[in-house]
Design a protein around this ligand. Structure first.
Ligand code: SF4
Length: 237
């Protein structure tokens, strides 16, 4: 699979974005996800690929998002050193990264590390929904906490996943409102077909587009990806 690994997001929260590769997600169990397949145990090959992706960063907005198939803390130290270098050389002041709940205890040290470089770290967790029963029983997300405030405490931003069977308009709205109440930013992903057995529910997707999307499409704190390549990285279309 050929992937685009660098892009620029021009509209809300303008930033450059890179998709890096590491040894792979430690969790790998989320039932809707095949993203964790973008992984290699060959750290040297990962470093070459990650250097290439990072070489495109210009620092035009002073803001960079680094995503990888898993958690930022799972990237090899050699790649993390490259991220440090690019932040310093390109004048990055805000760095957005992702982390699974499992790695939440790594976040304070990462924040401190980047603060010393003059970079504010913004960490995003994939929550998918605040309906804990659905999240754990159906999606197997691996968050052993039900209180949204407690989930949010180590993090700054969250991802939600809509377009799945069993979701309702009211539930989706409640999830966005809960996300906005506890996090600085919310990123909504709409399920698209992938190699997992979980398929998008087209009726739920249509209900989202009709009744939820218009409420938040102009909200500067909400990113909405109707296709998972809307940020310009990921599978080449
Ligand atoms: S934590 Fe992220 S990369 Fe890992 S399986 Fe879940 S969604 Fe996929």
């Amino acid at each position: 699979m050929e992937l685009s690994r660098y892009s620029v997001i021009e509209d809300k929260n303008p930033r450059e974005i890179v998709l890096l590769r590491g040894r792979g997600c430690a969790w790998k169990r989320c039932r809707f996800c095949d993203y964790h397949l973008d992984a290699s145990q060959d750290e040297e090959a990962n470093l070459i690929l990650n250097r290439e992706a990072l070489s495109h960063v210009t620092g035009r907005y002073g803001r960079l998002e680094v995503i990888n198939s898993g958690s930022f803390a799972e990237l090899h130290p050699s790649t993390l050193a490259e991220v440090d270098r690019v932040c310093q050389e390109r004048g990055i002041r805000d760095l957005h990264v992702e982390s699974h709940w499992l790695f939440r205890k790594t976040i304070p040290a990462l924040r401190e590390h980047f603060a010393k470089l003059g970079v504010t770290l913004h960490v995003k967790i994939g929550v998918e929904t605040f309906d804990a029963d659905y999240r754990e029983r159906i999606l197997d997300k691996g968050i052993d906490e039900t209180d949204p405030a407690a989930i949010a405490a180590p993090f700054d931003e969250c991802c939600l996943l809509f377009g799945l069977s069993g979701q309702s308009v009211e539930g989706m709205k409640r999830d966005v409102e809960t996300g906005l109440a506890h996090f600085h930013r919310v990123c909504i992903n709409v399920m698209v077909p992938n190699t997992t057995p979980i398929l998008p529910d087209l009726e739920v997707r249509a209900a989202f587009v009709r009744e939820v999307y218009p409420l938040y499409k102009d909200n500067p704190r909400v990113d909405i990806l109707l296709e998972n390549t809307d940020f310009g990285v990921g599978e080449k279309l």
